[in-house]
Design a binder for this molecule. Structure first.
Ligand SMILES: Nc1ncnc2c1ncn2[C@@H]1O[C@H](COP(=O)(O)OP(=O)(O)OP(=O)(O)O)[C@@H](O)[C@H]1O
Ligand SMILES: [Mg+2]
Length: 262
């Protein structure tokens, strides 16, 4: 049976602060680094398919800490369990065994999936989905940080240009442009933990580098555009991209559902 443990604080705090919008969850600020998330000996099996003799473990004995201010890259061969692990972190699945402990509200964890999803509406609508109270300035800042600036400028009505469900409306978006739009949407929510699955898959090297710089500003709170006050932030990014790996703080290598090194 899955055992999910939600704890308000991972260790007894000497001093605590409440995260804005976090409805009372507390953060331990006593150590050098604030622990945001901890996976302790997590196993995960997908449900057994009809005709399958035994359940196959997609994740085995995963222990991982995520700290405030860091960008962690999940790397490894295809089928090694990266997306599964990312899905566990965002709460799409519960561990089959082991513990998952949060120091943040789960509502403050955002997901940027491998396949960007767009909606009928304008570019601005697509970015602000999930942040209905965002103003135009916030939307522009998130768009710029996610590398959408150029194609929005080229679109006939800027942020007011309409896109179809598949990007086939008034503006045709490439795979990379759709991906950047969904990154902007996630940035606008200002999550504490952002989990991204191959966000640079459709991007050239310069765009990948630029996205990583934006994420660095985001987690460090150095970007004037994203921080009126410093809150806890971290990014988990699934990627094969050497630029992403190079610009991350840590690479966690996975193989056959097992964590190799970090
Ligand atoms: N919905 C599912 N049901 C059953 N098994 C699944 C499901 N999704 C993934 N798996 C299996 O779990 C294992 C890990 O898959 P996962 O998608 O996490 O790998 P990955 O490292 O993200 O691979 P890739 O780099 O190709 O995206 C694979 O063996 C895969 O077949
Ligand atoms: Mg994957």
């Amino acid at each position: 049976m899955g055992c999910l443990l939600l704890v308000p604080s991972l260790s007894k705090p000497r001093s605590t602060e409440t995260m804005p919008g976090d409805h009372g969850s507390t953060v331990d600020t006593s150590g050098d680094r604030t622990l945001l998330l901890q996976l302790d000996k997590v196993d995960f099996c997908y449900p057994q398919r009809h005709g399958q003799k035994s359940r196959v473990f997609a994740l085995r004995n995963i222990s991982l800490n995520l700290y405030d201010g860091e960008i962690v890259c999940l790397a490894g061969t295809s089928g090694s369990g990266k997306t599964t692990l990312a899905s566990i972190i965002v709460g799409m699945y519960e561990p089959t065994c082991g513990n998952l402990m949060f120091n943040v509200s789960r509502k403050r964890i955002a997901w940027v999936g491998q396949k960007p999803v767009l909606f009928e509406g304008t570019l601005a609508d697509n970015i602000s989905y999930g942040s209905p109270s965002a103003n135009l300035r916030d939307i522009e800042v998130a768009a710029q940080a996610a590398g959408c600036g150029e194609f929005i400028k080229k679109s006939p009505r800027g942020l007011d240009t309409t896109v179809g469900c598949e990007g086939s409306g008034f503006v045709h978006l490439s795979g990379g442009e759709k991906a950047r739009l969904s990154v902007a949407r996630a940035l606008l929510v200002k999550p504490v933990i952002m989990v991204m699955d191959e966000p640079t898959a459709g991007l050239d090297a310069a765009s990948s580098r630029s996205l990583m710089q934006s994420l660095r500003c985001y987690v460090s709170g150095t970007s004037c555009s994203f921080s009126s006050h410093r809150t806890c932030r971290a990014v988990v990014i699934v990627s094969h991209d050497p630029i992403v790996q190079q610009l991350s703080d840590r690479i966690v290598w996975m193989s056959n559902g097992i964590l190799q090194s970090q």
